[in-house]
Design a binder for this molecule. Structure first.
Ligand code: SF4
Length: 301
């Protein structure tokens, strides 16, 4: 079987930065409990890798981030690559916690763009995913930021301001965003557009788009990862016949690999490089040693 690793794929600069910041905090504060408010990046193996270092990831679907923070009185609190509501960050500082902000610079740039336009009197039509931590952090800035998840939301929207900024979450699909922006411009012709899909997302999606006509694509990543989901969607739109979304190499054992001559492998920006290597090595060799996950290697960059 010919195995092609799609380039670029896997860890982006924002994820590498976030992992390095937590690794540094482990070194800097050996006597402090370190907490991460939400998943540092959307991959549960990364959470498991940090568990080995006694780093606690705070998640509870029934609690807000603020409620989770309220339960912490001491130690180090890490804010994730997706960004954080500035009011929560301030609350952590006021509580005397040591704050490590791992927000990706591209996410910060987008938040600053929104803040600047709010100051100039704009409303913001923000194209993003509902209940995603990145969109949640931006929406928390002001009720003048309106979440648009699809073209249906555009129809339902009713932004009365003449000054409107159209922008978006950094990990949206390069295929879908144009339609939503077009629908917004049809409804709000004077709106200003600043499209903000980050370079890492764009180049990973473009690389999958170029596989058009390919028979089989394997996408390695966590089901919660938006950029991983988008890679599979782009693959479908590129008419790749068989697309398998898997989290680890073990899941390959439930796929019939016998009739596959050529396979492309890509990975979300938050997928540990180690897991993608395991998948590629198993596909090449069928050696069962590549089916076992060694959590000590998960945080290798
Ligand atoms: S996907 Fe883009 S915005 Fe998100 S962490 Fe990576 S570089 Fe930053």
């Amino acid at each position: 079987m010919e195995v092609i690793k799609v380039v670029p794929s896997g860890y982006c600069k924002g994820v590498i930065n976030a992992i390095n910041k937590v690794k540094q905090a482990i070194k800097d504060y050996p006597d402090k409990q370190i907490y991460i408010l939400g998943m540092l990046v959307h991959n549960k193996y990364v959470v498991g890798g940090f568990n080995l270092h006694n780093v606690i990831t705070l998640t509870d679907e029934n609690k807000t981030k603020e409620q989770l923070l309220d339960e912490i009185d001491d130690g180090v609190i890490v804010f994730t690559a997706h960004g954080i509501d500035p009011k929560i960050k301030q609350k952590a500082l006021d509580k005397g916690l040591i704050v490590v902000d791992a927000t990706c610079c591209d996410v910060t740039k987008n938040a600053n763009l929104c803040i600047q336009h709010l100051k100039e009197g704009y409303d913001v039509a923000y194209i993003g995913k509902k209940n995603h931590p990145e969109s949640d952090a931006v929406l928390a800035l002001s009720d003048k930021i309106h979440l648009i998840t699809n073209c249906e939301d555009v129809k339902k929207s009713n932004i009365l301001n003449e000054k409107i900024l159209i922008t978006n979450q950094t990990t949206m699909s390069i295929n879908d965003i144009d339609n939503i922006i077009k629908a917004l411009l049809d409804k709000y012709p004077l709106a200003k557009v600043v499209e903000e899909i980050c370079n890492a997302t764009r180049t990973r999606q473009q690389a999958v788009k170029e596989l058009e006509g390919f028979d089989t694509l394997i996408v390695v990543g966590d089901p919660k990862s938006n950029n991983t989901t988008q890679l599979a969607n782009i693959g479908k739109q590129a008419k790749i016949k068989n697309i398998y979304k898997i989290e680890n190499s073990l899941e390959l054992t439930s796929i019939n690999l016998d009739n596959i001559d050529k396979v492309a492998v890509t990975a979300g920006a938050s997928t540990p490089s180690y897991l993608t290597k395991q998948v590629i090595e198993y596909l090449k060799t069928k050696d069962e040693q590549y089916l076992n996950v060694d959590f000590k290697k998960i945080l290798d960059l």
